[in-house]
Write a protein that binds this ligand. Sequence first.
Ligand SMILES: Cc1ncc(COP(=O)(O)O)c(C=O)c1O
Length: 448
Amino acid sequence: MTLALPSQRQFAQDQAQVPPVVSATLTVPLATGEQIQYANLDHAASAPCLRSAQDAVDELLPWYASVHRGAGFASQVSTKVYERARDVLREFVGARTRDTVVFTRNSTDSLNLLARSLPKATSVVLFDTEHHAALLPWRGPWVRRIQTPSSPGDAVIALDAALAAAPTGPRLVVITGASNVTGELWPIEELAQVARRHGARVALDAAQLAPHRPIDIQSWNVDYVVLSGHKLYAPFGAGVLIGRADWLQAAEPYLAGGGATKQVTSWGDRLGVAWSAVPERHEAGSPNVVGVHALAVACKTISAQWADIEAHELALLHRLRKGLRDIPGLSELSIFDGPRVGVVSFTIAGHDAGLIAAALSAEYGIGVRDGAFCAHIATRRLLTKAGSTEQRALRASLGLGNTAEHVDRLVHALRTLVTKGPALNYRLEDGRWVPEADTRPLPSFLTD
Ligand SMILES: Cc1ncc(COP(=O)(O)O)c(C=O)c1O
């Protein structure tokens, strides 16, 4: 098998319209010994780093110093960088001026912080299609998980009914912007309107939406939004929770420690702690100024080019879905069969998703995800709906690091694997398929 390495020029042309990522020319080894341009079709898990985010980090690093803690000039610069990022993030999601911006590690962290900050006896309503990060953190006397609806209209009706049955008192509706399994867009504004009618607040999990579409929580009537830097082309460990300050201000600090306190005193064995106001109240410990800066720069880069980004992704998505339609036995997973961002999950009758994913990597240099995507209920239900008895699916997810050649390579590889089978032999190792003789060398920084 010979796989042509696309020229640098072809890559440059394919990527001309969208902000560049640092791994655009990364090559990876095949198990056959050849090298090939990496086709990263796993943006929904973690997106590659934007060139602008890398440049911003390089620029900041000489100035890197403590945040909120130092009198030195570099500390003041780092503090300014950190605080300025709050304004950038506020603008990126269309937040209200009085909304608080709390930096976290990722969306999981943000949703857990919100869950811990709910007033006592808050009723929580969500769909059981949620990613585990949005499905699992809620505890309390009344948490209602609505079964996967079959259309956006059904989702609105089901939410209305669930809220009508909720006890009086504070209420929170948790919704996702775009499904991490199917990429489908949820009817955010319609759901928020129903929530409002029932006096409920709305938290939006925008982990998958934010890299693909502009967000405007104020006009959508959404109270809280979470997102992750590593899915937004800024993989330096920062995420964010943005929204109404009152519940967060009244809550116990998420972590106890320095940075979240105004004053600590003692008398005898006892400590007296005056906790800071939000956002610092929930940001104990030295903050991740590098990650926060990279995230803010990524937000600016992306929001300056939304039209190009959407056009790029939609063209690739169309090409991908058209190609997948001709693969024998392939069924796409879908909740609503509605509009989606560049995420497609599918199953291929008679073929193990894990084996296909391993062969795509070892024989074609393609990275996809296989499994149930941290959304076990949704994935299994959608697999059943697609007529599959499998527990695992394959997912190809598109983004700024992709070109038409990546998509074509995936389609070609799937057709070959399905019609002829893998060229190599594979065995199971710790539950994952690996080539029997895997001689692919690791990069030298791992072996030196
Ligand atoms: C829709 C959705 N929400 C939340 C998360 C959790 O994001 P993180 O792993 O960055 O915390 C993910 C991650 O895949 C996701 O897809």
